[in-house]
Design a binder for this molecule. Sequence first.
Ligand SMILES: [Zn+2]
Length: 68
Amino acid sequence: MSTSKSPLTVKCPTCKCAVVWCSESKFKPFCSDRCRLIDLGEWIMEEKRIPGETLDLDINEEDDFFYQ
Ligand SMILES: [Zn+2]
């Protein structure tokens, strides 16, 4: 029996290509710095959008209460 030492690979979350999981791949789990930045950018955009919308609704409701 031969134990095959195939390197562990993961899929890049951005472009879904195979990334070898080793100390040499600096951007893991991403295949490159570009893919890492794309994923980070999308995260930040979504984080900012959701609280902003709920905050607006809260202010409007409080305004109504003040007038009544
Ligand atoms: Zn990628």
